[in-house]
Design a protein around this ligand. Structure first.
Ligand SMILES: [Zn+2]
Length: 65
């Protein structure tokens, strides 16, 4: 059996097939230990980075004290 060497990678965020994926950077906010590694395409990767820069946090239930 000879399978094609070129394997398409899939972005975990948008599910698009890309030639190259980047692993989500390990941040202090990101619990890489408990969560499986996320692979993102360039687009999603940049988007996440931009989102982080803006200070947007997902999953953080912040309320007034
Ligand atoms: Zn993507």
């Amino acid at each position: 059996m000879t399978e094609p060497v070129k394997r398409k990678l899939v972005c975990d965020t948008c599910g698009q097939e890309v030639d190259q994926v980047r692993r989500d950077v390990v941040d202090a906010d990101y619990n890489a230990i408990t969560k499986p590694p996320l692979w993102n395409c360039e687009r999603c990767y940049e988007q996440k980075r931009a989102c982080r820069r803006e200070g947007g946090r997902d999953g953080a239930g912040g309320g007034s004290p």
